[in-house]
Write a protein that binds this ligand. Structure first.
Ligand code: BES
Ligand code: MN
Ligand code: ZN
Length: 501
């Protein structure tokens, strides 16, 4: 999808489809409270073309509700698409992000290959933030996961034009637009990786894809395998790959901006299990095919690194992905085995299905060894986080208020939903082992927190954020603004967190 920006008069733009936003300004309650949809534009011709249908009461301007008008009078566009943002009081920049995705996903299946999306004019909606969000939403909306369909018709929208009101601050909007393109494309880069099935994306191939991306955007990349894991004594990481024919891969991507030699070094660590069968503690076959997305945390880190390389914040960042395939086999690790992690801590394996924390234990230790002063990890770590938060929020944990504060403020820009869950000594009690230092599961209850406590052992007092995205990395039902499939969650928030240093 090509993206461009214009400051031309909306009603004068010749295009197949012009999308404009509307909000419901009705504030009253009760049976007589009829929706009062209002277009968020000062363009008189566009407003006049939509006036009759808005007055009819047929269209409520609910969030992502669409209405299409053909041959709108006094407007050069062939079609006028109205996209709702919902109740005025609840509209945020994220509503605009979703509305742009909705406009693109409306356009796509109708064989219309281009659209112009008018930036809303409303006091509460800052033009720069909206411009960025709109491009992000459009790019995210354009993605579909049908990579391997043999009759795949390329129905992508070929051209997306963001139309900003002529009176807006051009510099601000231009910069925000350029940012939105980078962020949206990076999120889709992540989604494309997550979408790949286990046979097409082995740890080795994930390493190749990471190296290719790094070369493209000017990052340094190192891709290691078995030997390096042994050299670094990564016994926890290695134990997960033991039962697979596929070699494990340790990916290290470095962003070192010129002239930055002091200050923090941020370590981004991602779980990259390219397929999780559960190992000897094998999973039930129902829905097991979904476990191809068990590398979504690692893919989010790579997408964030891509965006970082292109947006060039003044802080050093190291991205680490621990990639392996978790398989049952004669050589696979067994429940009861004891593994020695890179840090020297011994781990009793209770379930070979709690493998994410094992690869991350060594990934986090390695990030510290490479000099990371602050850590963030992302992982599809536990089913328990989905039980706790559903498919609405992802889980976030932190051992440091200042670092967490940066993440929370990042969410304001990313629009992603994360909910903080607790760490606590009493959860840590649940993973003490009788035979060694810790065990890799803490029972059914509080599973997301005991998993986080496990990771905390390997963070060793460094300020740290842990993102458990297991419930949110895959979208089960298509929504107006995003296809079902990989969500790309994490990329935008991790990027914004980094930019806050
Ligand atoms: N990859 C899974 C977690 C997961 C579950 C991701 C559902 C996405 C959707 C992880 O490796 C796992 O199997 N966790 C176990 C941990 C348990 C054995 C302590 C779980 O959540 O059941
Ligand atoms: Mn597992
Ligand atoms: Zn897993």
């Amino acid at each position: 999808m090509r993206t461009q920006l214009t400051f031309a008069n909306f009603s004068g733009i010749e295009t197949e489809l012009l999308a404009v936003l509307a909000t419901d300004t009705q504030t009253g309650k009760g049976p007589d409270a009829k929706p009062e949809p209002v277009l968020l534009t000062s363009d008189a011709a566009v407003k006049a073309a939509a006036a009759a249908v808005l007055a009819s009461g047929e269209y409520k301007a609910g969030a992502n509700e669409t209405l299409l008008l053909h041959a709108p009078a006094g407007v050069a566009a062939k079609r006028l698409l109205i996209v709702g943002l919902g109740k005025q009081g609840k509209v945020t920049v994220n509503s605009v992000r979703n509305a742009a995705g909705t406009a693109v996903r409306f356009t796509k299946p109708r064989g219309i290959r281009e659209l112009v999306f008018a930036l809303p004019e409303a006091e509460a909606l800052e033009p720069g933030l909206c411009a960025r969000a709109a491009v992000e939403g459009a790019l995210v909306g354009d993605y579909d996961p049908d990579t391997y369909r043999s009759d795949r018709k390329d129905l992508s929208v070929q051209s997306f034009t963001l139309a900003a009101p002529g009176k807006s601050n051009k510099k601000t909007v231009e910069a925000a637009f350029a940012e939105g393109v980078i962020v949206g494309e990076s999120q889709n880069f992540t989604r494309a990786l997550v979408n790949e099935p286990g046979n097409k994306l082995t740890p080795t191939i994930l390493g190749q894809r990471a190296a290719a991306m790094a070369a493209e955007v000017g990052l340094k990349a190192e891709v290691y395998s078995t030997e390096k894991l042994h050299e670094l004594k990564m016994g926890a990481f290695w134990s997960v790959s033991q039962g697979s024919e596929e070699a494990p891969v340790l990916i290290v991507v470095r962003y070192e901006p010129e002239g930055v030699t002091g200050g923090p070094v941020l370590g981004l660590v991602g779980k990259g299990i390219t397929f999780d069968t559960g190992g000897i503690s094998i999973k039930p076959s129902d829905s097991m095919e979904k476990m191809k997305y068990d590398m979504a945390g690692g893919a989010a880190m790579l997408g964030a690194m891509r965006a970082i390389a292109l947006l060039k914040p003044k802080v050093r960042v190291i991205g680490i992905v621990c990639a392996a395939e978790n398989m049952p086999d004669g050589k696979a690790q067994k429940p009861g085995d004891v593994q020695t992690a890179m840090s020297g801590k011994t781990i009793e394996i209770i379930s070979t299905d709690a493998e994410g924390r094992l690869v991350l234990a060594d990934g986090l230790a390695y990030a510290r060894q490479l000099g990371a002063t602050h850590l963030i990890d992302a992982a599809t770590l536990t089913g328990a986080v989905g039980v706790a938060l559903g498919k609405v929020n992802a889980g976030v944990f932190s051992n440091d208020e200042e670092t967490y504060g940066k993440f929370q403020s990042a969410l304001q820009v990313s629009g992603e939903k994360f909910w903080r869950l607790p760490l606590d000594e009493e959860y840590a009690e649940l993973i003490k082992s009788d035979i060694g230092d810790i065990k890799n599961t803490g029972g059914r209850f509080g599973g997301a927190s005991t998993a986080a406590e496990f990771l905390k052992v390997f963070v060793e007092e460094r300020p740290w954020i842990h993102l458990d995205i297991a419930g949110m990395a895959w979208v089960d039902e298509t929504r107006p603004y995003i296809a079902k499939g990989p969500s790309g969650i994490g990329v935008r928030s991790i990027l914004e967190w980094v930019r806050r240093f």
